[in-house]
Ligand binder design. Structure first.
Ligand code: BGP
Length: 479
């Protein structure tokens, strides 16, 4: 049986501005929190390593140059078009538009860059899918306001979002408000721009910051729909099925409670109110969220679709002895003894993707968009029989094939899936480890963690594989 992907299925790839653009101070751009994170990154597993923040950008920060997409985007978009992309997910670097974040007027040169980028995509019939905030809070907002802990962030963000909505209203239809909004639980600095060190951050402040993001997101949805009723605006969460480690009911309840912590974000985005289980959590932890007048009403502006990243599943247990965190897992949990892990310790679980698609669909009945999925691996550039430089990345092809087969299964289950964008469709700098050697792309970029490399682009074997998948609308996948 071959799966029928919907006719208008949005096939493509995803990136984030701070991980590939470079040009960190070009054309009036201000610094973002990513520009002051030196080698080593924010931390494998998303656990903020606060002391790593520097006062100024340092030469060993791979993100300052990235893969020089800022200057080479035309060449790259052309390659995406050659693969047949229908959609290209990227983010807008907030500090290109508002260099400090709290200005009233935007930076025209920053706006112009994205005009050109979106025009370039549209030239090939590629629909941009834009993340408004992807782990790149302007540094000034982090240092001066402690990021999202401060209520003022709502206005700064809404002003920024309104500016880009108005500017690109005829070029961009699909928008995401915050990348992996629930990752703030583990990575308050990277995700929420919160400069208070994680170990000193109170639950009260963390949950107040979350509230501010949720209010900002809902306001943005409302304003976006007013600016262009055709906009499709989604939330974006880090998805991770949480399986009970054993059938012991204590493990099942533990898994449910961990899941609730994550699901609260999408629940509020889709249902427009704090769920009962969250109110209980807040009560029992002596957290009192300060709602300003109108917050409750504004949260009712719910999203058009739900998008998510998917890399792994985890297990939960109530047994304290087993509870030691699974190495490399983004949101804690313990490893599943039935699964293999990637070179970076991320447990590979294609069936978990079918599971999570059904889970979201059953819960929300909203269209779903898989906006990140992929394998970070070490690639070796070789010269093949035809004398071409390439990477024989069968491991990546197998990974993506197996996950896409499960997307097909979910579609067979009746789940409404809008599209699929692989993470890092061109090699870029890793979010968690700031390495370039953790490669995800269909396109190899000659740049290395010691700063060497020509920045030349080379097609990997997976380039033609994905091209075929898109051309056949999924029929070429191997079950
Ligand atoms: C997600 C982020 C991305 C991305 C991806 C892969 O959590 O949204 O920005 O980078 O994970 O993670 P990494 O780059 O750490 O391998």
């Amino acid at each position: 049986m071959t799966t029928q992907f919907p006719e208008n299925f949005l096939w493509g790839g995803a990136v984030a501005a701070n991980q590939l653009e470079g040009g960190y101070n070009a054309d009036g751009k201000g610094l973002s929190i990513q520009d002051v994170t030196p080698k080593g990154g924010i931390g494998q597993g998303g656990h903020d390593t606060d002391p790593l923040i520097t006062q100024d950008p340092t030469d060993d920060n791979m993100k300052l140059i990235g893969i020089d997409f800022y200057n080479r985007y035309k060449e790259d978009v052309k390659l995406f078009a050659e693969m047949g992309f229908k959609v290209f997910r990227t983010s807008i670097a907030w500090s290109r538009i508002f260099p400090k974040g709290d200005e009233a007027e935007p930076n025209e040169a920053g706006l112009k860059f994205y005009d050109d980028l979106f025009d370039e995509c549209r030239k090939y019939g590629i629909e941009p899918l834009v993340t408004i905030s992807h782990y790149e809070t302007p540094l000034h907002l982090s240092r001066e306001y402690d990021g999202w802990v401060n209520r003022k962030m709502v206005d700064f963000y809404v002003n920024y979002a309104t500016t880009v909505f108005k500017r690109y209203k005829d070029k961009v239809k699909y928008w995401l408000t915050f990348n992996e909004i629930n990752s703030i639980l583990e990575a308050p600095f990277m995700s929420g721009g919160i400069s208070t060190p994680k170990k000193e951050l109170s639950k009260q402040d963390l949950y107040q910051a979350i509230h501010h993001e949720l209010v900002a997101s809902a306001k943005t949805v409302k304003i976006g729909h007013e600016i262009n009723p055709d906009f499709q605006i989604g939330c974006m969460v880090l998805s991770m099925p949480i399986y009970p480690l054993t059938p012991n009911p204590d493990d099942v309840i533990q898994a449910m409670e961990s899941d609730h912590k994550n699901m609260a974000f999408a629940d509020i985005h889709v249902r427009g109110a704090y769920p009962g289980y969250m109110k209980r959590y807040l009560r029992e932890n002596d957290i009192t969220i300060k709602f300003e007048e109108g917050d409750e009403k504004v949260l009712k502006h719910t999203v058009d679709f739900v998008s998510f990243s998917y890399y792994m599943s985890i297990c939960e247990t109530a047994d304290p002895a087993m509870k030691a965190r699974g190495e490399g897992n983004l949101l804690g949990g313990v490893p599943n003894p039935h699964l293999q892990a990637s070179e970076w310790g991320w447990q590979i679980d294609p069936k978990g993707l079918r599971y999570v698609l059904n889970y979201f669909w059953d819960r929300y009945q909203k269209p779903l968009f898989i906006v990140e999925n992929g394998l970070g691996a070490v690639d070796e550039l070789i010269t093949n029989d035809k004398g071409e430089k390439t990477v024989e990345d069968d491991y990546r092809i197998n990974y993506l094939n197996d996950h896409l087969v499960q997307v097909g299964e979910a579609i067979e289950d009746g789940v409404d899936v809008m599209g699929y964008t692989t993470w890092g469709c061109i090699d870029l700098v890793s979010a968690s480890t700031a390495q370039l050697k953790k490669r995800y792309g269909f396109i190899y970029v000659d740049r290395h963690d010691d700063g060497s490399g020509t920045l030349e682009r080379y097609k990997k074997k997976s380039f033609n594989w994905y091209k075929e998948v898109i051309a056949t609308n999924g029929k070429s996948l191997k079950r």
